[in-house]
Design a protein around this ligand. Structure first.
Ligand SMILES: Cc1ncc(COP(=O)(O)O)c(C=O)c1O
Length: 444
């Protein structure tokens, strides 16, 4: 039996045998090249979400696939009882390119954040100081493990899994006074994203982050920056903190680091590294030869200035064109982001999940976050021309909506996918499923 190209069979097996936490769109891919993915249905899709900011080098990158296959032939895994040359090289590269002196490697972003929270607490514990509380931001997202669900400033992610892990409080994002008011003698760390990617692509203001850095230094609190989504060139710098002119004490990254191979990292200063003694933390797979070989190849490619320059150039052109569309179509209410992490808000009558489905039928992959926001995070190698093809598709969707659904003025657009007149039970069920899909996509 070959399931590879049989969409119906793939779909029925997924439904039958996989726990439904993702509610996937009914599309599967056989291969990819550059910014394109090829469906088993024979259709070509422009990948404007890049595995949610993961496929930093696009699909089928020669250097990355060569590094993986060469390493796979030599040695895929050996445990952390031994020295690992690929890990040593990766740690060296990350430290020499950033504020950091030391690294710990994990398999995912959530695990990198677990390591960050543990080392922050361990740092004070090993010094004999009674500080273990962490302040994070409301509407943040830090992962799906129980601890990182509790670090996440959105109760919906942890509600079914109570009791919660203690030791977290949540400040209004971009509100310095609120954050300052939560600091106590027990505060060990403040943990923030520089752009809240999962709750709508909301960047922190420069002033806020500078004030937070100063506050942490003045009050003896560690600053943890979660760059799981914003790291590895996504915003035009290797790490987004460089755009803010500050240095964190601890940084986490994952997604783009392996270009699709699962690896995360927690980076910190020599001083903070005192928070882990031998045996305090670990991982069976974290930092294994295969994943580190992939990440080394990604870092080498990203260090080639072409990619970071490309992110900045394409981002400028893309954001300018999206803003241009916003000025022409009242259906677009906001365009924001940094580099190639962009959120587009649509007026109330447009469901994000409907738009996502509509983009899919036009051959484009995007993600829906919240009720009316589309997020794009394409591979960093996307060209300006490809970015404009995406903008044209968006305009086509807006125009066709105008023609077919009586698009009028601001706030009067009819939803793209949900035909209000279709009142059949089937249509209602479809709508319900779409909305369920939406909330599930947030829960990646
Ligand atoms: C900012 C941030 N932190 C942590 C995570 C969790 O990463 P992972 O899904 O690799 O565990 C994510 C995932 O979306 C994220 O965006």
């Amino acid at each position: 039996m070959s399931i590879d190209n049989d969409l119906e069979l793939i779909s029925s097996f997924e439904k039958e045998y996989c726990i439904n936490v993702f509610a996937p769109l009914q599309v599967a891919f056989s291969h990819g090249k550059g910014v394109y993915l090829y469906g088993v249905d024979g259709k070509k899709y422009m990948d404007m979400i890049g595995g949610i900011a993961v496929n930093s080098l696009g699909h089928g990158n020669r250097a990355l696939t060569k590094a993986i296959s060469t390493q796979a032939k030599k040695l895929i895994h050996c445990c952390n009882y031994y020295l690992i040359p690929q890990r040593a090289e990766l740690a060296y590269k990350l430290c020499s390119k950033t504020f950091a002196d030391k690294c710990f490697f994990s398999n995912s972003g959530a695990e990198a954040n677990e390591a960050a929270i543990k080392i922050a607490r361990g740092y004070f514990y090993h010094k004999g100081i009674d500080k273990n509380e962490i302040i994070t931001a409301k509407m943040s997202f830090h992962g799906r493990t129980l601890l990182t669900c509790c670090a996440t400033g959105q109760e919906k992610f942890r509600r079914p899994f109570a009791p919660y892990c203690p030791g977290f409080s949540y400040a209004e994002f971009n509100n310095f006074e609120d954050l300052e008011s939560l600091i106590t003698d027990k505060t060990a760390a403040i943990m923030l994203e520089l752009i809240q990617g999962e709750s709508g692509v909301n960047p922190a203001s420069l002033e806020y982050i500078k004030n937070v850095r100063k506050l942490c230094t003045d009050r003896g609190v560690l600053l943890i920056i979660d760059e799981v989504q914003t790291g590895i060139g996504r915003t035009g710098k290797l790490f987004c903190y460089e755009n803010y002119g500050i240095k964190p004490d601890i940084l986490t990254t994952a997604k783009g680091l392996g270009g699709g191979v699962p690896i995360g990292a927690m980076l910190c200063t020599d001083e903070v590294a005192k928070g882990f003694l031998p045996g305090d933390h670990g991982s069976t797979f974290g930092g294994n030869p295969l994943c580190c070989a992939a990440a080394n190849a990604v870092l080498d490619e990203i260090s080639n200035k072409f990619i970071l320059d490309n992110v900045i150039e394409v981002s400028e052109a893309l954001i300018a064109q999206l803003k241009n569309l916003k000025s022409k179509y009242s259906a677009i209410t906001s365009v924001r982001g940094m580099g190639l992490l962009i959120g587009i808000d649509f007026s109330d009558n447009f469901t994000a999940v409907g738009l996502k489905q509509r983009f899919l039928s036009e051959g484009f992959l995007v993600s829906s976050i919240g009720e009316h926001t589309i997020r794009i995070a394409p591979p960093l190698i996307i060209s300006k021309k490809e970015a404009m093809i995406f903008c044209n598709a968006l305009e086509k969707i807006l125009k066709s909506d105008k023609k077919t659904s009586g698009f009028k003025k601001a706030g009067q657009a009819i939803p793209v996918e949900i035909n209000k007149k279709d009142n059949t039970a089937e249509a209602k069920e479809d709508t319900k499923n779409e909305l369920n899909n939406d909330s599930n996509e947030l829960e990646e």
